[in-house]
Design a protein around this ligand. Structure first.
Ligand SMILES: [Zn+2]
Ligand SMILES: [Zn+2]
Ligand SMILES: [Zn+2]
Ligand SMILES: [Zn+2]
Length: 160
């Protein structure tokens, strides 16, 4: 019934023409590419999926909040500030959050490197964040220590 002329629009995120559709949440043209996504692959190669999963715009729409996502207090409360800012300003947005609140960056509990919650590559352990490097090291250590007796306290990064 509906005939879409695919050539006249461009995806608002990546600029491609081709198979596009309009997002439910904001009516922008976007690649109709969710079929490319492999389940559990965690790939972020689908414009459509990225917008649907990782933006305030879509979250706001899905949750049925009133008003505009940019000044929605429910969205704000729902997410940690860092995630809220990331959801509102990442490249999957057509429009970005105008005045993102400031937040203290999350740091690795072991080495102190700044962790970007939005982009992944970290582990959540015992109420603390660890960067990928540290969590891999830790894992290797655990495996290595398994044969030896435990009892050495966790190193705090300093070595004599
Ligand atoms: Zn696209
Ligand atoms: Zn949207
Ligand atoms: Zn909202
Ligand atoms: Zn670390």
């Amino acid at each position: 019934m509906k005939k879409t002329k695919a050539t006249e629009h461009r995806c608002g995120l990546c600029g491609k023409t081709g198979r596009l559709w309009q997002t439910e949440c904001c009516g922008n043209w976007i690649c109709d590419d969710e079929h490319k996504y492999k389940l559990f692959s965690f790939a972020r190669n689908s414009c459509s999926r990225n917008h649907r999963r990782y933006t305030l715009c879509a979250l706001h729409f899905d949750e049925g909040h009133d008003g505009n996502w940019k000044d929605c207090s429910k969205c704000r409360e729902k997410l940690e500030t860092e995630m809220y800012v990331w959801y509102g300003t990442n490249e999957y947005n057509f429009e970005k959050l105008p005045n993102p609140p400031s937040f203290t960056p999350t740091r690795c509990a072991q080495c102190g490197v700044v962790i970007k919650l939005g982009t992944g590559g970290y582990a959540w352990k015992g109420g603390k964040y660890e960067c990928q490097t540290c969590s891999e090291k830790e894992l290797a250590k655990l495996l290595g220590d398994a044969t030896r007796s435990r009892g050495r306290g966790k190193g705090r990064g300093g070595r004599a």
